[in-house]
Design a protein around this ligand. Structure first.
Ligand code: AMP
Ligand code: GLY
Length: 425
């Protein structure tokens, strides 16, 4: 079959890498793709915000499955549009994607269906005084979140009343998150280790891919600013079989049922961002798509036919035997541009990508190709994933860092402690 994959980051490079391995695939198109996906299919320029252009492309190129990588087109309703036209899509409708697009919706769903998460209150921008009064009764730190999408920046952890009032004013008065901050939630601060689980679902049935852990902060030891993610490993040893069954029974099953019950059946990848607290596993956030960079660590561990899995989910008939995980570990380290997540320079030549050993995959995130040279073109430039066959994260980590030392570009920066949290256990 011909497949159209939408997106241009490291996640999409990893999705393309797995889809390209499928025996079912005739031709893979990636819109817009990046220099990494170009090696796995054909990058195409389609106006993604014009759904009719996407539909025309599908007709002309006999596309049988559209896989949507990022949240934005999902939240804008690309799946609804294409499904109505009879095209199979891996990715939820707009109404189900709201689980990521509106924290207020996600929290009230969890609250109504008894899905464990931090306790919270919600305020809209006309309730500035009420929000400030509520803060005075809270324990600190507390967590203040803009309701809508904010490119991973909409979460503020506040240590006292002053910081919390400042956060509320930034969101409501200065509008630092624009209309995403028309509402906010104030949440209890949870402590524990975080883990991510992807549930691939046709809306009724699901399978979980191997667990993972992201590293959101820019600096070693989880210090400094939040980023889009500086590395990940999979599986995460803290997610034992016992914890996984708690996640399935208390979180994934009830959430999929709740969405179905609310007429928002979810087809795609439900990303569960979890906190393993002393009181049990709780939800930090849901996303309506694969997580990045976790996808770059999780997918290389899967055996079987990943495209078959996505196609079966999109067809409403999930084939749970299409992929399996039977051991192995992966570590993905993100090579970034110095200065990220603030300002950084770009346009520097990247060398050394070609000289990789087997079982090391270099995924492109922020790169561009000019005159056959690969140049840096973003904050997160590459994701370097090392895979080993046995359950040996230490070996995978070493392999990833040996590979990274062969890669060069001006202002390269990466954390040197990806996976250390797991190795400590
Ligand atoms: P989110 O964008 O909702 O994933 O939040 C970004 C990060 O903020 C999470 O990965 C957590 O590290 C942290 N965070 C969010 N909510 C909470 C919470 N209620 N308690 C503690 N940390 C949180
Ligand atoms: N890794 C977190 C995210 O994709 O949002």
């Amino acid at each position: 079959m011909n497949v159209l994959l939408i997106g241009s980051g490291g996640r999409e490079n990893a999705l393309a890498y797995k889809i390209a391995q499928s025996k079912l695939l005739d031709k893979l198109f990636i819109a817009p793709g990046n220099p990494g996906t170009k090696l796995l299919g054909e990058n195409v320029a389609i106006k993604l915000n014009d759904f009719y252009s996407v539909y025309d492309f599908c007709l002309i190129n006999k596309i049988e499955l559209v896989v949507v990588g990022p949240e934005q087109p999902l939240v804008e309703g690309i799946s609804d549009f294409l499904r109505q036209k009879g095209i199979k899509v891996f990715g939820p409708d707009k109404s189900a994607a709201e689980i990521e697009a509106s924290k207020s919706f996600a929290k009230s769903l969890m609250s109504n269906y008894n899905i464990p998460t931090a306790s919270y209150a919600e305020f809209n921008s006309s309730k500035l005084t009420e929000a400030k009064d509520y803060i005075k009764e809270q324990k600190f730190p507390c967590v203040i979140k803009a309701d809508g999408l904010a490119a991973g920046k909409g979460v503020l952890i506040c240590n006292n009343i002053m910081e919390s009032e400042k956060a509320v004013e930034e969101i409501f008065v200065e509008k630092v998150f624009g209309s995403s901050g028309d509402k906010l939630i104030i949440e209890e601060f949870m402590t524990g280790e975080e883990a991510s689980i992807f549930a691939i679902t046709d809306g009724d049935d699901y399978i979980c891919l191997p667990s993972a852990q992201d590293h959101k902060r820019i600096g070693n030891g989880d210090t400094g600013k939040n980023t889009g993610g500086m590395g990940a490993y999979s599986p995460a040893p803290i997610v034992t079989d016992e914890i996984l069954s708690e996640v399935e029974n208390k979180i994934i099953k009830p959430t999929l049922n709740a969405l179905k019950n609310e007429n928002r059946k979810f087809i795609g990848c439900l990303y569960c961002g979890l906190m393993l607290t002393a009181e049990g596993v709780k939800v930090v956030e849901f996303n309506c798509r694969f997580g990045d960079p976790e996808t770059q660590a999780v997918l290389p561990l899967l055996e079987g036919d990943f495209l078959k899995l996505l196609y079966s989910a999109a067809s409403g008939n999930l084939d749970k035997s299409s992929v399996k995980y039977s051991g192995g570990s992966a570590v993905c380290v993100v090579a970034a541009s110095k200065g990220y997540p603030d300002s950084y320079e770009k346009g520097f030549e990247i060398t050394g990508i070609q000289s990789m050993e087997n079982d090391v995959i270099v995924f492109h995130a922020g790169t561009k190709e000019i005159n056959r040279k690969i140049l840096t073109n973003g904050g997160r430039v590459l994701g370097v994933t090392a895979v080993v066959n046995d359950n040996n994260l230490k070996k995978a980590k070493e392999k990833a860092y040996i590979a990274l030392r062969k890669i060069n570009f001006k202002n390269i920066y990466y954390r040197s402690d990806i996976a250390d949290k797991a190795l400590k256990h």
